[in-house]
Design a binder for this molecule. Structure first.
Ligand code: 6GU
Length: 230
């Protein structure tokens, strides 16, 4: 998978993507993350990439020409390559989308919005533009959403996550619609809190049943709407 991020803050993207599991995936050649800065395509002496909104109102709007020029600098991309436009005004990203994108695409472009938004003509001019939000709150820019989505997609690229089970067992992964049970590791006792005995019992059937019951409890408490109807 090749990710290209159009962003005014390439350092933010690269710092995260060069660390941890996504960084290791890049080192292993399983994925790549590249950034292009629309500011380098401003076409004006002051490197301006935003302007006041037609019709008036608060804030600034990202101009279309620098973004479209930045995109065109990428050259030929696979025909189905999506351009994910990060915006609170879109459908909400979820786990099935992460899986589907990982399966469907070899290249994805993320366009990180800033200021009040992006000139609407960008979505008319670029191919395969899909607005996507990461939830019902407003962020100052699209870098964190792009990172969230790339991270979630990366986990579905074979080899990126060490143990295949840890992807399919996760909450929201399709085979599992409950929240995850609690996890414990050494030490067996910490500040008066012991690890539940059953986890030390070696009885795998009992452990599986206990974990399931824990999952139901956690889901009941925090996300009851995820529980199947009675
Ligand atoms: Cl994708 N962008 C911004 N700026 N804010 C958001 C978002 C995206 N998703 C939720 N809030």
């Amino acid at each position: 998978m090749n990710f290209t991020v159009l962003t005014l803050f390439p350092d933010v993207i690269n710092h995260y993507c060069n660390a941890s599991i996504v960084g290791r995936g890049q080192q292993a050649g399983l994925l790549s993350v590249n950034t292009v800065n629309p500011r380098d395509f401003s076409g004006n002496k002051h490197n301006r990439v935003d302007d006041t909104p037609y019709g008036g109102g608060a804030g600034m709007v990202m101009m279309a020409p620098p973004i479209v020029s930045a995109y065109e600098s990428l050259g030929e991309l696979p025909a189905n390559t999506p351009v994910i436009l990060t915006t609170p005004a879109g459908p909400t990203f979820n786990q099935p989308m992460a899986k589907q994108w990982a399966d469907a695409y070899s290249h994805m472009v993320f366009l990180c919005g800033h200021y009040e938004g992006i000139d609407a003509r960008v979505a008319k001019v670029l191919p395969n533009v899909m607005p996507v939000s990461i939830g019902d709150y407003v962020l100052t820019g699209g870098e964190l959403p792009a990172l969230c989505m790339m991270d979630a997609v990366s986990r579905y690229i074979p080899g990126v996550v060490q143990k295949a089970d840890s992807v399919t067992e996760d909450s929201f992964s399709g085979e599992q619609t409950l929240l995850e049970h609690a996890h414990y590791t050494r030490p067996a006792e910490f500040r008066g809190h012991a690890v539940p005995d059953i986890l030390l019992s070696g009885d795998h059937a009992k452990i599986a049943a206990w974990r399931h019951q824990q999952s139901v409890h956690v889901t009941q408490r925090y996300r009851p709407e995820l529980l199947p109807p009675e």
